[in-house]
Design a protein around this ligand. Sequence first.
Ligand SMILES: [Zn+2]
Length: 244
Amino acid sequence: MKLYRDEGIVVRTHQLGEADRIITFLTRHHGIVRATAKGVRRTRSKFGARLEPFSLVDVQFYEGRSLDIVTEVATLAPFSSSIARDIDSYAAASSMLEVAEQLCSESSEDEHFFLLLAALAALARRDQAADLIRDSYFLRALAVAGWALSIWNCAECGANSPTIVHLPSGGLVCDSCAPRDSRSLPAPVIAHLGALMGGQWEAVRSSSNLTRGEASQIVANFLQWQLERQVRSLRVGARMHAAI
Ligand SMILES: [Zn+2]
């Protein structure tokens, strides 16, 4: 019988039969782990309440043939109660969990775990507006995955102070690398993106709503571009695998 322990953030739960759930964790040492929690939907279950999304738990797994099995759970930080009380925090946290699961499926970097943990703790404490915490998390999680948004140097040639967004290149590009008729971003939007990436919250908070909105749209588009690219490359990989 092979047991192992880890700290994990509950990123998703879904029902399995009458009484069980499959829980997806982002763990500190083992990346994404999907495990069966038996009997958790019974009212007397000692696990049930501890295995809610957003919660940080200390968990013991039994290594199964396909899915592992949760054998012990202790709550380390019950972020779910605080996050669920505020609709903006709940929405931001939910999209963060979704992105974390997608970005980490191939990786067991503990940086992903600590980044998500810090962002959930900030949301639970209402440190900043929820959408700012979310956007900062997205930029940093993408950077950990190897897809840092290029902000200060042209994504194509490395020239200083690029001003034009070109997502297929990986961020901002300079005038000579940009497609014709491209529009330059206002300087405050570029500064705001840099502050989100660096966690410079004083600068982030001083940005106008217009600047925040424009930057948020760029973050969302960049995230979507990278996630779709990842899905496309997995599909190509699967096809190649099938052909071999
Ligand atoms: Zn360039």
